[in-house]
Design a protein around this ligand. Sequence first.
Ligand code: SF4
Length: 219
Amino acid sequence: MSEEIREINRRLKQHFGEAPRPEKQSGVDYLVETILSQNTNDINRDKAFKKLKEYYESWEDVESADREELTDVIRVAGLGPTKAERIQESLRITREEVGEYNLDFLNDLSIEDAKTWLEDIPGIGPKTAAIILCFHFDRPVIPVDTHVHRVSKRLGLIPESTSRKKAHKLLDEKVPDDIKYEFHRLLIEYGRKYCKARHPKCMEGPLSDLCEAHNRKEK
Ligand code: SF4
């Protein structure tokens, strides 16, 4: 399986080019930004994050902000009240447990312990935890968003019935560590451009001969 995954990765890289490197920002930035990204697109997430950073001078100010005001500041990302609560809760937990708004201690933990610490924060699931560990700490963990989940199932890398949570575990085992980050980025590009939820454009992309779902249809 790992050779097949390397071949998929190689073709996607040839097709789309190198995956962009993650932005340089702090672990707490990633934590807050990823909460903002839940159930919205990248454009609205970025607008909300920019507005939040412009509006407040520090994470302390965000944590102690009036909840309605914070909800209003991040409104463009949708689910304002829920996200405002999650952001303030995650900042409170970080400050109380770490003593500052800093997640660098996660680098000293095993991947499993770091995931557990993050996922114990209300509203933080395996994807958010994986994004922080993979993007900020460069740890070998693969975030599974809706595109990675759908494409992996169609390609036959994981069984069709696999939940998103289980997919994290399976893909963490199957995808070689050195390509986890780029495989994640490339599958998202592929999912957006070709393997759409409805009407996948199988013959236009570079993976049709490797795809279980496509080959099933062809028979
Ligand atoms: S061949 Fe079709 S179904 Fe398979 S991964 Fe590509 S676009 Fe998706």
